[in-house]
Ligand binder design. Structure first.
Ligand SMILES: Nc1nc(=O)c2c([nH]1)NC[C@@H]1CN(c3ccc(C(=O)N[C@@H](CCC(=O)O)C(=O)O)cc3)C=[N+]21
Ligand SMILES: [Mg+2]
Length: 300
């Protein structure tokens, strides 16, 4: 078998186009422009790349983008004061504080200082609780993007056996909640899971979110299963020349693609969908803040 490739990059472009059409309508009919504030602390070059492409795509969708870059030495108090300022700014409908933060800053404290209604990452404890109880919330972008691709490919997910590999607050746990919400039978596997291959090999859907390059190989996959690869790992690529690198997922693409029915590539899979869902969440937050019905199909 050779798997179908799920085109996250193409799907993300469609989602961004749909967001852009709703943004235009908000402007034309209500005179409102959604605004996204991104806070970047420190100089990590990879983070800077993400922040730049987020800003560019935000503007392309017709929304306002506000970037707040701060030195890695910023104090926790100063960062909390910035979050408070953004909470109180009516032009800002979404706030994203890029993670990870430097070690001297308590990440949970900063995230929980964000107004939950503006928490477009869906990381605030209120949003986590709302998602877990099936109430309206802001849904984390990466799992939302994965869910959109799965729904698009399969239609209904009801009754499917889904295994999420990884138990992070950012991806694994919310992904499991969303799959449960779509009536999958959900297992969360992780580094301490015994006979993990036997667990994943029973899955109709495998979502790999462990942050270990190419850990999931074809022998972990049931023939015909759908594989969603969340990992974005930069590894050395001496075959491309001295000092060169390349991006790989948490799945070993070639061996998984021989067995799976469908698979997302890296790059061009989950990553672009994450950014598209960030824009969708910003639009949703803006609509809710203004008492306007948020467009369906862009939320969980
Ligand atoms: N509060 C917070 N929210 C985040 O959502 C968040 C964060 N912090 N910290 C960093 C990670 C990383 N992240 C990515 C999003 C898109 C791509 C993406 O689009 N990647 C392209 C490739 C990019 C390349 O070529 O380097 C792709 O997979 O095709 C990657 C990484 C969001 N993050
Ligand atoms: Mg930290």
């Amino acid at each position: 078998m050779t798997a179908s490739i799920i085109d996250g990059k193409g799907f993300a472009a469609k989602v961004r186009g749909e967001v852009g059409r709703h943004v235009k309508r908000l402007k034309d009919e209500h005179g409102i422009t959604p605004g996204l504030a991104v806070v970047l602390v420190g100089e990590d070059p990879a983070s800077q790349v993400y922040v730049r492409s987020k800003g560019k795509q935000t503007v392309e969708a017709g929304m306002n983008s506000y970037e707040h870059k701060r030195d890695a030495s910023i104090s926790q108090e100063e960062l909390l004061a910035l979050v408070e300022q953004l909470n109180g700014d009516p032009a800002v409908h979404g706030i994203l504080v890029q993670l990870p933060l430097p070690d001297h800053i308590d990440e949970d404290l900063v995230i929980n200082a964000i107004d939950p209604a503006k928490d477009v990452d869906g990381f605030h404890i209120s949003n986590v609780g709302l998602l877990g109880t099936g109430q309206e919330s802001m849904v984390p972008c990466t799992p939302l993007g994965c869910l959109m691709m799965l729904r698009d490919f399969h239609g209904s997910l009801s009754g499917m056996n889904a295994v999420v590999v990884g138990r992070s607050n950012i991806v694994g746990k919310p992904m499991a909640q969303l799959l449960l919400g779509d009536s999958c039978t959900v297992t969360i596997a992780h580094s301490r899971t015994k006979d993990i291959k036997e667990v994943t090999r029973r899955a109709d859907i495998v979502v790999a979110a462990v942050g270990r390059p190419e850990m999931v190989t074809g022998d972990w996959i049931k023939p015909g299963a759908t594989v969603i690869d969340v990992g974005i790992n930069r590894i050395d690529a001496p075959e491309k020349g001295e000092g060169k690198t390349r991006l790989v997922g948490d799945c070993h693409f070639d061996s998984c693609a021989e067995v799976a029915g469908a698979i997302t590539p890296v790059p061009g899979g989950v990553g672009p969908m994450t950014i598209a869902c960030l824009l969708a969440n910003t639009l949703t937050a803006c609509c809710r803040a203004n008492g306007i019905a948020a467009p369906e199909g862009l939320t969980a």
